[in-house]
Design a protein around this ligand. Structure first.
Ligand SMILES: [Zn+2]
Length: 88
């Protein structure tokens, strides 16, 4: 077996393991209700809008996690739809 083929196999195995670990971790987090600490930002890394990945939807009656512009995906879609209607 040549080196390239070995590399490919290793790559595949690593992908598979990473996939399983990620899935397992996700299940575990769901089960325990814990969340991962946010990964440290590399200096100079482009920062996302501050609370984008933590905040929940800014609609008062909605506690889904915010996806964009402080709104959950549902409310964001709704707002986008409304914006579109207004500009038309
Ligand atoms: Zn919402």
């Amino acid at each position: 077996m040549d080196a390239e083929a070995k590399k490919r196999i290793y790559r595949l195995l690593i992908d598979k393991i990473e996939d399983q670990v990620a899935r397992r971790l996700g299940e575990e987090l769901k089960r325990t209700g814990l969340s991962l600490p946010r990964p440290a930002q590399a200096p100079g890394a482009k920062t996302l809008s501050p609370a984008a990945d933590q905040a929940s939807c800014s609609e008062p009656s909605c506690d889904r996690p915010a996806r964009a512009k402080g709104l959950c995906s549902m409310h964001y879609q709704r707002q986008r739809y409304q914006d579109k209607k207004q500009t038309l």
